[in-house]
Design a protein around this ligand. Sequence first.
Ligand SMILES: [Zn+2]
Length: 235
Amino acid sequence: MNVVSIMAHQDDEMQCLGTLLRCRARGDRLAFVTLTDGSRGFVQQPEIDPSEAARIRQTEMDELASRLDAHYINLREPDEFLYDTPPVRLALIEAIRQTRADLIFTHFHEDYNLDHTTVCAVVRHCAMQACLPVLPTSSPPLEEHPAIFMVAPHGPVLFPASHFVDISQVEDEKVALMACHRSQEEAMRQAVGAGFDRLCRRLDGYWGQAVGCDYAEAFVPQRGRGAIKPYNVLP
Ligand SMILES: [Zn+2]
């Protein structure tokens, strides 16, 4: 199975990375897509040139992806100013086709960040269009609609989690992989007073407690056309 994380920013895969590791262990191929260039991720350092910031984010995400033998596609839209435009839709349709996505993880439709909710909306639309020949791109259309699950949002949003993956065995590996985002480790500490280790273990521990294991990731299926399967796709 081809499993694709489609997120706004480099590090947003945090909410599904443990599940991706479980997928990889069962033989799935992984891919990462980010829609923005991450150039506004240095939240307390406005003096950093956006192109240099984008280069750093790309390098960090490249490292994480390469450690998992995963393909990484960066659509490089301007961070914090992602808009749903015809070029964005076509680029995302092509990314979904190119990765031959069977299972997609993306943002929830309610979230603290507008880039996140925009990604959620365009994934719903573009995953459907990826199956239809009406919008041609470099790669051929998908034969089947991918399954889509939305990840838990950050911030004070009610998330009606219905699907859970036990990631207790891979939590340490997940935290170690997130450390590839060195620049964001520092930015997170400045912005929310916690690095990836604490952020991951706090949320994954919360969901784990809800379902009776040490660490878990929680999901909601996206109600797009063909996106809910009558069989189990999660590990
Ligand atoms: Zn983000």
